[in-house]
Design a protein around this ligand. Structure first.
Ligand code: BG6
Length: 478
């Protein structure tokens, strides 16, 4: 069954968006809904209920969608937008009072009366994290955690990070959500997992015989995962002062990628089996050690956030170990940072021949830019002499899949939530395992103020001590 048929055959849906007039909805979610409508990938009887605290109109929303589509050079179709508009209605309510939820429930019941069928109910939390607790609680108290009165549909919750602030708060959040929703109802978004190149990791590793047999400590001497950004914090001072690079990027995105790169092969490629292998891997990762981590802050950050004493890290690099048979003794290096030389998200897997340790075969999986995979090899240079030269074998999405449009992260998130596929979402166990890995650093870095905080120039590669890009990576001896 192709994706169009699969979506057509999903049960009817109501999609309730908390925060429909906010930034995330305007930039990502609504354009994604438009793009899905354009490709005829919305469930047939989908109705969208937008929750807002201010008075707003559907026309204004459509205007914002049009602006985004046009600015991004997408295919604009007036009729598609108009039809999307017909599916949307707005409800003004106060998120901190149960009355609104009761009215919302009555409205959703009424919609299902109109379409004469029990729908699945999808709730999208495009709201600040501080409101999660209230909204989840009221959804439960008003019975919106269950579907229609006949109980044949399912209520699903789509949530954005942050999933907590540290291990303790994440445990509380998980417990609180579990009071009202079962794990199979919760879709925790990690947009890195929706990137095509991230999805390709399991295919690459497990569907190519060549790599399956060499993917362990016997052949691989290091793994480096890098998620560097050229952009600085872009004025998000409040958010960043409470977050920092470790929470913002390592806790979710980078550790999820690490799990995909190092997990064992599942017996079957179902969501449950994949998540079980990811969980098993993440619990085997040893908690990060202070002596094996580096943090930095770009020059000018303190002025930007108007906090001369800020010790929030805009750069984090750490070396982890995995205590299992496959990876024992293989250093795993992670780094991320803002205001660095350029944006790159990639994974380098270093194959070392113990008889020839001076040369490494480096396998690079690029998520951004130039999506694809390259293998760094040694070849004999043509000529009479026996001279060797390093060469590269490359796969680029732009060549091999030319002309194929990649769905955006939010298109993927919505389609998977409609069809009930949780593979690309983070489970509560993964989230907690990730917090456990970084917890010692959160504690240490939170306590000792700016001790050990390195400063770096904007546009550089970050603190010199952690300069470990593949050609000249530091020997991990710290
Ligand atoms: C977000 C972080 O989750 O991911 C941002 O909050 C970061 O700080 C962004 O810039 C990076 O995502 P991408 O897809 O641009 O690499």
């Amino acid at each position: 069954m192709n994706i169009e048929q699969a979506i057509k055959q999903t049960s009817p849906f109501t999609l309730t968006i908390f925060g429909i007039t906010g930034d995330l909805s305007g930039r990502m979610l609504l354009p994604a809904l438009y793009n899905l409508a354009l490709q005829d990938l919305l469930p047939e009887s989908l109705r969208i209920v937008g929750i807002t605290r201010r008075s707003y109109t559907v026309d204004k929303l459509l205007g914002r969608i049009k602006k985004t589509i046009v600015e991004e050079g997408g295919a604009y179709d007036e009729a598609v937008l108009e039809n999307l508009g017909k599916r949307i209605e707005l409800v003004t309510m106060d998120l901190t009072n149960i009355d609104g939820y009761i009215k919302l429930r009555q409205r959703l019941d009424a919609i299902e009366g109109e379409i004469e069928v029990c729908a699945n109910r999808l709730f999208y939390m495009a709201i600040p994290a501080q409101l999660f607790d209230d909204v989840v609680g009221y959804l439960g108290d008003s019975g919106l955690n269950r579907s229609c009165p006949h109980g044949t549909g399912q209520s699903r919750l789509l949530v954005e990070k942050p999933f907590g602030y540290d291990l303790d708060s994440a445990q509380t959040l998980v417990k609180r959500m579990r009071t009202h929703f079962e794990e199979r109802q919760i879709y925790r978004i990690d947009h890195f997992l929706t990137k095509e190149t991230a999805q390709n990791i399991l295919t690459f590793r497990f569907k190519n015989a060549l790599f399956k047999s060499v993917w362990d400590k016997h052949c691989i001497s290091r793994i480096l995962i890098s998620a560097t950004e050229a952009l600085d914090i872009e004025g998000r001072a409040n958010f960043y002062e409470q977050t920092g690079a470790l929470r913002d990027m390592i806790q979710g995105h980078v550790l999820q990628i690490l799990a995909l790169i190092t997990m064992d092969m599942p017996d079957v490629f179902t969501s449950k089996a994949i998540h079980e292998k990811k969980r098993a891997l993440l619990v085997a990762v040893e908690p990060a050690a202070y002596e094996r981590a580096t943090r930095g802050q770009y020059n000018g950050y303190r002025t930007e956030v108007k906090n001369p004493d800020s010790y929030i890290e805009t750069y984090a690099a750490l070396r982890l170990s995995i205590a299992n048979d496959r990876w024992k003794g293989v250093p795993i290096l992670l780094r991320t940072g803002k205001a660095l030389t350029k944006k790159t998200t990639d994974i380098k897997v270093i194959f070392t021949d113990h008889d020839e340790p001076k040369f490494d075969n480096i396998l690079t999986i690029r998520l951004v830019p130039n999506e694809g995979v390259s293998l760094h090899l040694r070849a004999k240079k043509p000529g009479f002499d026996d001279v060797m030269q390093d060469v590269s074998m490359d796969f680029y999405y732009s060549n091999s899949f030319a002309g194929i449009r990649q769905p955006t992260a939010y298109e993927r998130v919505l389609v998977d939530a409609f069809r009930g596929d949780q593979t690309l979402f983070a489970t509560s166990e993964e989230v907690l395992a990730n917090w456990r890995i970084i917890e010692p650093l959160l504690v240490a870095w939170g306590k000792d103020d700016s001790k050990g905080l390195e400063s770096y120039a904007k546009g550089s590669w970050g603190p010199i001590v952690a300069a470990w890009d593949c050609d000249k990576y530091q020997k991990p001896g710290k």
